[in-house]
Design a protein around this ligand. Sequence first.
Ligand SMILES: O=c1ccn([C@@H]2O[C@H](COP(=O)(O)O)[C@@H](O)[C@H]2O)c(=O)[nH]1
Length: 274
Amino acid sequence: MLSAAERQNNSMLCVGLDPEPTKFPDRIKGDSNKIYDFCAAIVDATADLVNSFKPQIAYFAAHRAEGQLERLMEHMRRVAPQVPIILDAKRGDIGSTAEQYAIEAFERYGADAVTLSPFMGWDSVAPYLKYHGKGAFLLCRTSNPGGDDLQNQRLASVDGQPLLYEHVARLAQGPWNLNGQLGLVVGATYPKEIERVRELAPTVPLLIPGVGAQGGDAAATVKAGLRERDGATTGPIIVNSSRAILYASNGDDFAAAARRVALQTRELLQASRA
Ligand SMILES: O=c1ccn([C@@H]2O[C@H](COP(=O)(O)O)[C@@H](O)[C@H]2O)c(=O)[nH]1
């Protein structure tokens, strides 16, 4: 689905849906009942420019807007059935609870993929993989500065004493990826680490947030994430930008402005391909 959307829209861009009512256009500013309307307008304006959408569940749950998220998922399916939807939920819990989270992501919301924190281990990831045809992106080297605190620690107990994020990358490329359903989250703010993850996990899709508001370098991201290896290009990359696109204007032209920034970002990413 990802490859088809990437080909059809000529895009590696994922538009992140992080609706924050205090940042809404002046006419609807602060109105959490307008979350669906705001996001649907962004989806309509960018659906032909993206390889995926990424709603972040916290922005809906914080405003008791899960019902609006359900409607938005249906809307995305209707207007852009070819575009995969990654539910950014960063779940991670024991198996029995993970089963419930998997129902939430794949049955309640109908997402195509979900983000997970892998730090509770294999049994916390396995329940999602029972949903064949669905994907899970494991947090690996996240875009925030605090990612260093754990992800850059060495694992003395593992062969070669890899950094924790390197170990996650190896697990996702190898023993945990039973049916090719796994991807990794790597921050655009750390291109060297993207490069390292690509060495360790050449074929899995990388979800790369951090361009736009967080200042990650789009060109460096593409160069690090899309590489030639043994004559073939490595797995796909999904470069997310949320706030820079959503809040490109606070006027009535917000959707047109979002489209302009999405277009520029898509072009920059495409132009950075080797
Ligand atoms: O390492 C990570 C993992 C997830 N995110 C999420 O991506 C978007 C980024 O939003 P911007 O407005 O483009 O900064 C947001 O939903 C984060 O929760 C991340 O930033 N870094």
